[in-house]
Design a protein around this ligand. Structure first.
Ligand SMILES: [Zn+2]
Length: 54
């Protein structure tokens, strides 16, 4: 399991969301994500927003 942002494996559990999925937070960059995020391919929401501006 890695951070989707910086690929760091230095992550820790951060409670569960409303769907009961495990939340994680990256200790390195403080990015919060859920387990299923791992299967997500493509740009992050932040990058996508930047692209729309251009
Ligand atoms: Zn990270």
């Amino acid at each position: 399991m890695q951070c989707p942002e910086c690929q760091s494996e230095h992550i820790r559990k951060n409670g569960k969301n409303r769907q009961g999925k495990q939340n994680y937070i990256c200790v390195n960059c403080h990015r919060q994500f859920i387990e299923s995020y791992e299967t997500y391919r493509g740009y992050s929401d932040d990058v996508r927003r930047e692209c729309l501006k251009m």
